[in-house]
Design a protein around this ligand. Sequence first.
Ligand code: NAD
Length: 299
Amino acid sequence: MSEAMKRVAVIGAGTMGNGIAHVFAQSGHTVTLVDVQAAALERAQATIDRNLDRLVAKERISAEDKAATLDRLSTSTEMHGAVADADLVVEAATERLDLKLKIFEQLDAAAPEHCILATNTSSISITKIAAATKRPAQVIGMHFMNPVPIMKLVEVIRGYDTSDATTATTVALSKQLGKVPVEVNDYPGFVANRILMPMINEAICSLHEGVAGVAEIDEVMKLGMAHPMGPLHLADFIGLDVCLSILRVLHDGFGQPKYAPCPLLVNMVTAGKLGVKSGEGFYVHTKGSKDIQVAPAFS
Ligand code: NAD
């Protein structure tokens, strides 16, 4: 591994942050995982521990590899200290423009001059985020997929001012993590979510209009289109709040009614039904179990 990119800070320890910290630590980087909530850091550590145990059980890594990975990983609720000697920061905090702008302004002030500031945003403009800093050439989208330790793709998004050097380093780093980077340009939703979210939204509209039930909609897309997971199950997995935020970015960015979030999605997020992370969305999810049942509201 390049010594130049050894120290990594990951901001946000939710669904994505724990996986991003995991893959960097497993591939030899020294990682500090940061969250404003100590409880999120504890959950993330427990998840990483469980996921590493699975890799040991499958004999993909040894027990020593697991211990060494955990040794390279620390957590903090204090962002400034955590990024002070970072070579790379990957921001994976809540999908809100105002929050990301604030975080990037602070990162720019606290991180060393050479440090690359990457964001895992699903849809927000990299160019807009970069404009909150004085180093737009060193700001880039590094969009991992969920679950990060398993999914191969990293969508690498160049902002308007992102330099060739920053892009080349990000592409090389992604490969070094065992991922497959794909370069795309900076338009709302990039490629992955511009295509995925309208499909998920349409599945929710189909449910809302009574075309079919939750299990039936997912079954059609699994058996008919060979999708490994139905769109409603996938929405639960991504987080319904995250889906809603992305659809709003697409709707605002393109100004076309086809991206308007389904009212059912808006209601569910308002009611705190966020999918896997809250225990209920279109399905009821039990912690530590893969078994799911259609949520009472839809059964
Ligand atoms: P999440 O809601 O699970 O976690 C977000 C975390 O950020 C929370 O723990 C929260 O406490 C923390 N946070 C909020 N403000 C913070 C701050 N100022 N400093 C540090 N931490 C802060 O969200 P997520 O699903 O992990 O999404 C994170 C990012 O990754 C978003 O930009 C999202 O669009 C993107 N993303 C999500 C998915 C997915 O499937 N969920 C996939 C790809 C990309």
